[in-house]
Every structure is written in structure tokens, then in C-alpha cells.
Ligand binder design. Structure first.
Ligand SMILES: O=C1O[C@H](COP(=O)(O)O)[C@@H](O)[C@H](O)[C@H]1O
Length: 254
């Protein structure tokens, strides 16, 4: 059986959003059949805007969703840099009927306390006893920076070596704002499913590296290699142009 990630390249953002929505419904239904709750972690940046098709999908059961943040900037929740604030504006506020449970950070805490506090939220939600090494998210929805970062895991940063913590803080993020919390690499790599969304020419070079040589120095590459066939990429033609081993056809897979 193939252990390779799946890479989709869409001709339009509309096609990408529709396919992502179908994929998320499938992940949701698998999770609900297993434990009657859908635990999903969401990124900020360009990702939330790609989720708008969920709002018109009748199969989405928002009342069964628990939403976490794959990473979050330590700023007030209504600040323009807040990943929660962004998700609220583009998605949460538009949901009709019962809303999902959304686990926000406490931005009044110092970074290390903020990470500890968020980890405690995960421990409670996953009802994790001491024997549970890492939580298993049903789905983690990730973006990718042009530098190869994902969550708030940046290339060459010591956080990439974290082996035990579920959530970690960072105070020197190369991309502002500097203070953030993030799921750690082992938590991301333990998820049942991981979807990356990467669109536009600014993501092309990094995508070539992820599927070519030098992937192991990039956080996105480490997830792609670590989680293998649990990873699905939702990209556009501008991002996948010249990606090694990838035929340039709409909807084709690596
Ligand atoms: O700072 C962040 O950047 C990444 C990538 O953002 P994008 O705009 O290039 O998609 C994002 O996934 C992360 O959640 C965010 O905090």
C-alpha cells in the first residue's frame, strides 16, 4: 500500500474549496462513526478563507465539531492578527444554527503559561490519561508559509526538536507577531488526517522542495514525510508548477 501523500492541483479556487469541503465531510463522518465528536485543528493565514464552502454543505454537523487552533498568535482575540478573530470573521459568525465548540487561547497569559493552559484544554477534551502520549486529532488543517513553516513551527527553530510537549510557546517568531503558541511536530504528525492548503506562486518553490530534495529541513517537509499517506494537499496550478513527479493536470495526484 502506498505511503505517499496525495497532492491535488486545482484550476480554480472554487474547485479547490469544493473538493476540500468534500474531504472534510468525509473526515467528519469517519470521526463521528468512531467517537461521535469531530476534533479539528485549524490554522490562520490564507486557510480560513478556503473553508467557505462548508457553510453551504448540508452534511456538515457543526454541533459535533470541536475546533482548536493549530497555532495562535498571543494577541487579544479581537486583534487583527488573531487566528481566532480571522476564523470568526470568515466562518464562525456565518454559521446558522448550533455553533461548534471553539477552544480559544487565553491571550492574557505569558507565552509559556498560555501554551500550558492550551495543553490542559487538549488534555481535558481528549480525556487523556497518563498513558496517552499524544492526542490524535481527527483532522488538522494547515497552511504553509513561503519559507516552509507550518503552524508556528519555523525552519531551523529549536521547537522542531520538541519531543514531549503537545503545545509549545515561541517568543521569537520570524514572522510577526513574535509571541505565539503552536501544536508541536509530534502532535501534528499523530493526527488521523492532515490537509495542507497552498495556493499561489509564492508557495511554488517551497512545494518543489517538499516533494524534491531538502524536504527534511522544512517543517512542512517533516509533516509531509512523517505523516505520509495521511497527508492530502489542496493546491492550485501556480503552486504546483514543476513540482517533481507531479503531472500538471487538474485534479491529478502525486
Ligand atoms: O503565521 C502564520 O502563517 C501560516 C501560513 O500563512 P499563509 O497566509 O501563508 O497561509 C499559517 O498557516 C499560520 O496559522 C499562521 O499563524
Amino acid at each position: 500500500m502506498s505511503k505517499q501523500p496525495t497532492l491535488h492541483s486545482f484550476a480554480s479556487t472554487e474547485d479547490l474549496k469544493a473538493s476540500l469541503s468534500t474531504y472534510i465531510v468525509s473526515a467528519q463522518n469517519t470521526a463521528l462513526a468512531k467517537h461521535n465528536v469531530f476534533r479539528v485543528a485549524v490554522s490562520g493565514g490564507s486557510l480560513p478563507a478556503m473553508l467557505s464552502d462548508l457553510l453551504k454543505n448540508p452534511e456538515i454537523k457543526w454541533d459535533k465539531w470541536e475546533i482548536f487552533f493549530a497555532d495562535e498568535r498571543i494577541v487579544p482575540l479581537d486583534h487583527e492578527d488573531s487566528n481566532y478573530g480571522l476564523l470568526k470573521n470568515v466562518l464562525l459568525d456565518k454559521i446558522e444554527g448550533t455553533k461548534p465548540v471553539v477552544h480559544t487561547i487565553n491571550p492574557d497569559l505569558e507565552p509559556s503559561e498560555c501554551a500550558e493552559d492550551y495543553q490542559d484544554i487538549l488534555i481535558k477534551s481528549f480525556a487523556a490519561g497518563d498513558s496517552v502520549k499524544f492526542p490524535v486529532f481527527d483532522l488538522i488543517l494547515l497552511g504553509m508559509g513561503p519559507d516552509g513553516h507550518t503552524c508556528s513551527l519555523f525552519p531551523g527553530h529549536e521547537l522542531l526538536r520538541e519531543e514531549y510537549a503537545w503545545v509549545a510557546s515561541i517568543e521569537d517568531s520570524p514572522k510577526p507577531p513574535p509571541k505565539r503558541i503552536t501544536l508541536t511536530l509530534p502532535v501534528v504528525n499523530h493526527a488521523s488526517k492532515i490537509a495542507f492548503v497552498g495556493t499561489g506562486a509564492s508557495k511554488n518553490e517551497v512545494l518543489k522542495q517538499v516533494f524534491g530534495s531538502g524536504a527534511e529541513v522544512l517543517p512542512v517537509g517533516l509533516v509531509n514525510m512523517g505523516a505520509g499517506d495521511r497527508v492530502t494537499w489542496f493546491c492550485d496550478v501556480a503552486a504546483t508548477e514543476g513540482v517533481p513527479g507531479f503531472p500538471q493536470r487538474k485534479g491529478s495526484k502525486a
